[in-house]
Design a protein around this ligand. Structure first.
Ligand code: TTP
Length: 196
């Protein structure tokens, strides 16, 4: 799929995966990383869907305050099992706990996008959901994956791109699971009048 946006996007993210997805799709990308404190963790009084929408907007707002002109893109991704958000694991033990909870289970992955245009401060926020199933992983398989270190920095302690066949998409977008729903982005750019 080719980008339908002619200008350069300012990616408000330190995620190499988001950058790669954009570059592979033909977008011209400049990165400005949001400050750590810009992002406040999921709250008990909001759903995972509401959390990713809010956090994506927080990241975009932080970078927007430092940009005079341009189109800023921020994203946020959470996995959800039985209504509970599963974010990035704190450490190896936490990653093991998350994977033991997720194995054999249908769950959701939510990714939000916030587009924030400067200087007119036109803001769009939207979210996509993918339904995925995690294979019934053995304890040995989990330990082997933990050894790889690939779980670090990934919502739900697992990357669908890391082990083919471990996570099956039941419904929805693959790029959404990797952290940036490209189909949604394309629709949002059109909605903003940024298509060529
Ligand atoms: C579920 C899943 C998530 N992920 C990744 C996407 C996101 O990068 C990460 C969730 O973390 P996020 O907090 O959404 O993003 P980030 O900290 O990596 O980057 P930034 O806040 O600067 O934008 O998990 C995968 O790569 N594969 C997967 O299968």
């Amino acid at each position: 799929m080719m980008a339908n946006f002619a200008g350069s996007l300012i990616l408000a993210s330190q995620s190499p995966r988001r950058q790669l997805l954009l570059k592979e799709a033909g977008y011209d990308v400049t990165v400005i990383v949001p400050n750590d404190h810009a992002e406040t963790p999921p709250r008990a009084d909001e759903s995972p869907r509401e959390s990713v929408l809010r956090i994506a907007q927080e990241k975009a707002a932080d970078v927007a305050a430092r940009v005079e002109s341009g189109l800023i893109l921020a994203g946020d991704t959470l996995a959800e099992l039985n209504g509970q958000p599963l974010g990035k694991p704190r450490d190896r033990n936490h990653a093991r706990e998350i994977l033991q909870t997720l194995r054999g289970e249908d769950h959701y992955v939510w990714s939000a996008i916030c587009l924030w245009r400067r200087p007119d401060n036109h803001v769009l926020v939207d979210v996509d959901q993918t339904v995925v199933q995690m294979a019934a992983l053995s304890d040995e398989a989990i330990e082997e994956y933990l050894d790889s270190g690939l779980w670090e920095g990934k919502a739900g302690a697992f990357g669908i791109q890391d082990r083919t066949g471990w996570v099956q998409i039941d419904e929805g977008s693959l790029s959404n699971v990797v952290g940036l729903p490209m189909e949604l982005l394309s629709r949002m750019l059109t909605q903003m009048g940024e298509s060529v």
